[in-house]
Design a protein. Sequence first.
Length: 676
Amino acid sequence: MTTLLEHQHLLGHPIDTTISREAYAEYLDRLDGAKMFLLQSDRDTLARYADKIGDELHTGRLDLAHEGQKIWLARVAEVDKFVSDLLSAPMNHDDEEYVELDPKKLEAAATDEELKDRWRKRLELEVMEHVASMEQRLARVGSAAGSAAGSAGPAVLDEIPIADIPTTPEAREAKARAEVAKNYSARFKRFREPGPLDAAADLVNAVTLTMDPHTDYLPPAEKANFDIAITGSLEGIGASLRERDDLIEVSDLVPGGAAWRQGKLAAGDLILSVQDPGKDAVDIVDMRLDDVVQLIRGPKGTVVRLRVRKPDGHEEIIAITRDVINIEESYARAAILQRTKGGPLYGYIHLPSFYGGANTPRRASSDIRRLLGELDAKHVAGIILDIRENGGGLLRDAVDLTGEFIDKGPVVQVRDHAGDLEVLKDDHPGVETAAPLIVMVDQFSASASEILAGALQDYRRALIVGTGPTHGKGTVQAVIDLDRDADRPVLGVLKITIQQFFRVSGASTQIDGVTPDITLPNPSSYIKSAERTLDHAIPFMKIAPAPHDDWKINYDVLKLQRDSAARVARNPIFVKISATAELLAKRRDDTRVPLQRSAWDAREKKEKDELAAVAPDLDKAPVTLTVKALEDPLASKPTRPPGSTGRTDDRLQRWQDALARDPWLDESVSLLGEMK
């Protein structure tokens, strides 16, 4: 592994003293990023290894890993005891004090007393939040009963019988303490049972993270969940997860999966607990990633309930019915758009991912080619290709798809660790369509999406319209098996960055991504998800451009920008979207939370009222477009299970309704009408 990192990684850095010191800081973050276990004296004890990590990897003696785990497990035992003690007695929620939730704003505790007080404050907040949740459920059920007097059936909300919620404040506080104590008892038990490779993996991945964010060592259990796509033959919710500090974060949703269809879970959400019907919720804070995946997976048709924290800080419970991914919804889909009756027709294609491969019956490029032919047959005045939230996929398919819009020529340049450059080209002359083209992107458009958008922008073949720069992932990873001579997996794999993409212009898509020609308000600007926000991201680079012939255009990009900006300024929905994003961005850094119940309630009410005052309801936005989906002759027809009494499949209609109210799409249609 050390040889691979030093000689096959894109940057080719030796694991020397500089890397060791950086890795040591990352190791401490992996061991105790929340600063809730180790004292400063523990960190001082481990500091003698700070310059020696490279030597340890070269010799195979990972002393830091094993001593670090030993010290941490000893602290877990101590914390377990005083957490139990703290939760055994009533807590005071009347004192005027605060708890800081951002560990980056905290120093490591100097004494046992300071660490215990840190835990006291954190536990007081959790207990108070549990009590508030019970009271809010009671209030909502009471309100519902008042508006629907005489309705039959027990009053049940979130599958918790109201009868189980105590009627007095003291009893609710006691119940909350018991629930929190049970969650922590289970959590600490998991901590005391580490996997055989956990200690080594923590240290090795501290080193890989200094190389770049996408180079990882995956032990066998994590390799089985590589990218944690709960999909295919596995039955689950269709979500990709990753570790973030001591929490599990949703990094992506699998298009067509159960969570994607349900619509409430989103990238950036932090999962706090997992609950199966009839069972207690399992608190997953600090839980192993593969254990979380096993909790979320389950048989098709069963319901899993996730308690999640949204990026704006509020929590909610999301119930998702597990399923096998309906792959049809991950395929390209097209529609005809029209603003006014008798007005020009425009083509719209949504591409949620770049799909294909040996075991996949369809390819993105061939589907797009067919859809472009159908749209041209409708004599559309222009085409919008929507790759918002498209995280990428097959590189070759991105090249082939670009070729449908350009005559021929280079599409992307790829350089490896040795400096060798390969230019991937479209060698087929001619285009599938010559209609004016807009490509819609956002900050979640990544990898292959950025190659497509970047090439079409460099050729001046398309106007790129988006909410800001795309994600900025311009690197390629290889997965190298470390068990080549073993009969069964023992060591796992190394996922290592080996290449970097460069646009036709010579600019890398790494870090900078693709900057839209027309920028629209970004509802997710407060979410730090782009490559440029990640530590140790490979820097932007530039090489010589690849010679190519520009597309001949008849529109003035500067005029389009001015006209678009004027329309956006007049659009009340865009004004609200910008105001909402600005408000949530300000809240992101407000991590000092009051522990006095009256102050906490006031803070919650203020935040709720502020958001309600500016947040737009996109479901009630005015309909500005007529949308008629094109039938997909290759799609299987969805059928309801025998005996099902549920509602009919209305996903296509909901998709059309959402497009008809989409202000970003509406603005793209306006721009397309001006691109003569």
